[in-house]
Design a binder for this molecule. Structure first.
Ligand code: SAH
Length: 386
């Protein structure tokens, strides 16, 4: 909904949404501010390299989530939750979201009345459609639409699918996900593929990746390529190394590294993501990689206890950072290089303190702007043994 007025962007919901804290800041200034903050936070450890920004910083989010509800007159609305609440703020288009995905959400909303589908009401428990999730493959153009329903039956399902495809022939798959619980989680357990393959594929760094509705996939693929590129540069693989990709998601980092390594192991907690990772290995004909569904710390500890050797450790933990158990095990197995990819500099710094106290030094570090118009800072750091 952002419109340009001179150099200023005006988004009518920005104060309620809170998603783009920096909607009115010129992009160059945003980068500068992130670079300064990151440099200061990293000061105790090393000098940082220049922040890697985007050439076109708008509409980068390839995953779009819209909550559905009703206004007081029982008209369907869709959009985002007001910051720290469950009130839905109506949004039709957003400065940082993929434009096609936004258009699809609006079309779904437009179809509801004629199909007599009511959006779900969290207070009364009436209604069917809770959320719509759209994932767009940046390089492939494939589009997955997930309709999250409160019960498994979508009335006149086939006609609904037909009508949506007529409006958006670019959609390659539609999945119904059933979330019948009173929870703030968007997706439920049960899934039914009603059109296409049930997932999208995307290409990153020359490899193809399959992404299911529930799997983690970086939301900004343009910057992800640059991020992974830096991670590979820092890893400096020669073809012989044993590599661990910890918190591997759908196996992206490990699979990209597999070309330059001897043997790669990936570990991830989410079962759907591990399934995708194994499929991705097959699809890309990668033979020197194995994936384990496990807690990353537990697996690393097992490796350490079994006296396995590890040359390079990639770690890409969630916002909460790594665990003490993981870091202890990492120090015990003592890889020559640790490449730490972080989406939260606070937990990064906390974890670096532990590693640098245990015989590692931070050699290089760079921020990559994955989240323009927001305060988020993604980064890659290289640790080597002292
Ligand atoms: N490296 C991947 C995913 C990073 S996101 C990529 O770049 O796409 C972090 C991942 O860590 C998520 O997939 C999440 O499911 C996983 N995760 C969270 N806690 C974990 C744990 N304790 N052990 C293993 N994986 C974990």
């Amino acid at each position: 909904m952002a419109e340009k007025q001179g150099n200023k962007k005006v988004c009518p919901v920005s104060s309620k949404c809170g998603g783009c804290q920096w909607i009115n800041r010129p992009y160059g200034e945003q980068l500068q501010s992130k670079a300064v903050r990151f440099r200061k936070m990293m000061e105790p450890f090393c000098k940082t390299e220049g922040i890697i920004g985007m050439e076109e910083p708008e509409h980068y989010r390839c995953k779009v989530h819209a909550a559905f509800g009703e206004d007081r007159k029982h008209n369907a609305i869709s959009g985002i939750y007001e910051e720290r609440s469950h009130r839905i703020v109506s949004v039709d288009s957003c400065l940082i979201e993929n434009e096609k995905a936004d258009a699809i959400v609006v079309s779904v909303r437009g179809l509801l009345k004629s199909f007599k589908i009511r959006p779900y009401n969290e207070d009364t428990g009436y209604g069917l459609l809770r959320h719509v999730l759209v994932r767009v493959g940046h390089a492939t153009g494939q589009i997955l639409v997930v309709l999250v329903l409160s019960s498994p039956i979508l009335p006149s399902k086939n006609n609904f699918v037909k009508a949506l495809l007529k409006l958006h022939p670019e959609i390659t798959s539609i999945v119904i996900n059933v979330n019948d619980r009173n929870t703030s989680m968007v997706l439920g357990e049960r899934e039914q593929v009603v059109y296409g393959k049930g997932y999208i594929e995307d290409r990153l760094c020359g490899k193809v990746f399959r992404i299911s509705p529930k799997s983690f996939y970086q939301v900004n693929p343009v910057q992800t390529e640059k991020l992974y590129g830096k991670a590979m540069e820092y890893a400096a693989l020669t073809g012989k190394e044993t590599v661990l990709d910890a918190y591997c998601g759908t196996g992206t980092i490990g699979l990209i590294a597999s070309e330059y390594a001897g043997r790669v192991i990936g570990v991830e907690l989410n079962g759907d993501a591990v399934r995708d990772a194994r499929m991705n290995a097959k699809q890309n004909q990668v033979k020197n990689i194995e994936f384990y569904q496990n807690d990353a710390g537990r697996l690393l500890l097992q490796m350490a206890e079994q006296g396995e050797k590890l040359d390079v450790l990639f770690m890409d933990p969630p916002r909460s950072g790594s665990s003490q158990e993981f870091l202890d095990a990492a120090v015990r197995i003592r890889p020559g290089r640790i490449v730490y990819i972080s989406c939260n500099p606070e937990t990064l710094v906390r974890d670096l303190k532990i590693l640098t106290g245990q015989g590692y030094r931070v050699e290089r570090s760079v921020a990559v702007d994955m989240f323009p118009f927001t305060e988020g800072i993604e980064s890659v750091s290289l640790l080597t043994k002292k």
